[in-house]
Ligand binder design. Structure first.
Ligand SMILES: Nc1ncnc2c1ncn2[C@@H]1O[C@H](COP(=O)(O)OP(=O)(O)O)[C@@H](O)[C@H]1O
Ligand SMILES: [Mg+2]
Length: 408
């Protein structure tokens, strides 16, 4: 394929999700189609300069866990009713330093140099729905991690703060990954559900042969967030490695059933979730319901809550009335893929619907790298002044160019 050199770029995507486990850096080569007709990307139209990309090649991926105390500080800031402004300001710059460290180390590791960085930042607060505040209805979102620092230290422009532009366009600011999902996984014959299991779990459903307008995407609820919190509380470990604890417990079915009655699970998409829904308060309620049972049972139950909330969401909001819409595959990504008990339960839950599980790794995209790749792509689109929200996914009234640019 002939691709003009100037249209090909190495972009570093930097992601740190709601699990606050650490930083994922993906170094990605992105190139544009030589002519518009050969491009499969029409997710947000092509109103900007050039054409949407046709080649997205992962060159390297590296993961940098947050130091323990940094993770704790982030989780505290996320859950805080009140926080010291000075510490939030410091956290912003500290994270900027850590993101810059991560990009520089990844570049060194793979002997590559990024020409552009897309840095998602660490979400401290997300409220996609407008609510009354000081007598005015506002939605809000806040990703921290100072991009100016990253630009200065890496020496290339950085696109950051992707979500506010979608909020400003009337969307919920999330999910943004469907732009990548559509580009990579749409298929003329197979209906696919692309399911990420990070702290929160979210899906992008792409019916066979659908255009980007036909995509349905939303957060299904907790991914690892509740499992992590329960494991931490009861076993003093940050997560249930390989799902071993859950495997040794029994699922408390009535508890799962009761929790699935929560407003969030019943609400129709588009919808987004975060620690506001499934953080500390939810976990307290969860642990209360599990009182008197074995600790292992609580972890197994948290795992089942994730898988049941996914399979229920698929049944209620994706497959249509009486399963009229056919989906053959679910493509998994995110850290939850390493929890084999979770993946096993999910496979069972989806079997009746005839949906087969696959891993994004089978498509050349390591499960844990996908979201970082997505933010490399979104940065590239912004750099070319093209929109990259998927209005069908976020509920936005229009396509929007996402993010802000910090120049080196
Ligand atoms: N080996 C493992 N076994 C079980 N769970 C794991 C393993 N590795 C990672 N995880 C889970 O994946 C989570 C991180 O997933 P990730 O996709 O990075 O989420 P986020 O996007 O929210 O940061 C961890 O908090 C943990 O729950
Ligand atoms: Mg993570």
């Amino acid at each position: 394929m002939k691709v003009a050199k100037s249209r090909s770029m190495v972009v570093a995507g930097v992601m740190s999700g709601t699990s606050a486990d650490g930083i994922n850096v993906a170094l990605v080569r992105i190139a544009e189609a030589p002519d518009a007709r050969s491009s499969s990307a029409s997710a947000a139209g092509s109103r900007g300069r050039g054409r949407p990309p046709s080649t997205i090649k992962l060159l390297g991926h590296a993961e940098f866990p947050y130091p323990r105390r940094v993770r704790r500080a982030i989780l505290e800031a996320m859950n805080a009713e009140s926080a010291a402004v000075a510490n939030l300001a410091r956290l912003n710059f500290l994270l900027g330093e850590l993101y810059a460290d991560a990009v520089l180390r990844a570049q060194q590791q793979f002997r590559l140099k990024a020409q552009l960085v897309g840095c998602h930042g660490q979400t401290l607060y997300h409220q996609g729905e407008a609510r009354l505040f000081l007598e005015r209805k506002v939605a809000s979102t806040w990703q921290t991690g100072e991009a100016a620092l990253v630009a200065a230290r890496v020496g290339v422009p950085v696109v950051s703060d992707f979500r506010p532009a979608d909020l400003a366009a009337g969307g919920k600011g999330a999910p943004l990954v469907p732009y990548l999902d559509y580009l990579l996984f749409q298929d003329p014959k197979i209906g696919r559900i692309v399911q990420n299991i990070g702290g929160i779990a979210n899906l992008t459903a792409i019916p066979a042969g659908a255009s980007a307008d036909g995509v349905v995407a939303f957060d299904t609820g907790p991914g690892n967030m509740v499992i992590d919190a329960v494991t931490e509380k009861l076993f003093g470990r940050p997560f249930d490695r390989e799902g071993k604890i859950a495997a040794s417990g029994m699922v408390l079915v009535p508890v799962v059933k009761q929790l699935l009655q929560h407003k969030f699970f019943r609400a129709k998409p588009p919808k987004t979730a975060g620690r506001e829904e499934f953080g500390r308060d939810f976990v307290l309620e969860f642990l209360n319901l599990c009182q008197g049972f074995r600790k292992e049972d609580a972890v197994a139950t948290a795992t089942a809550l994730t898988t049941r909330s996914i399979s229920e969401a698929v049944r209620k909001f994706v497959m249509g009335k009486e399963g009229s819409k056919k989906f053959g595959e679910m493509i998994l990504s995110g850290g939850g893929v390493r929890n084999s008990t979770l993946v096993g339960m999910l496979g069972e839950a989806l079997k009746p619907a005839g949906i087969r599980l696959r891993l994004s790794d089978e498509f050349g995209l390591p499960s844990e790298a996908k979201e970082a790749v997505a933010f490399a792509l979104l940065a590239y689109e912004t750099w070319n002044r093209r929109p990259s929200n998927v209005p069908a996914a976020t509920g936005a009234k229009r396509a929007a160019v996402l993010g802000k640019i910090s120049y080196a």
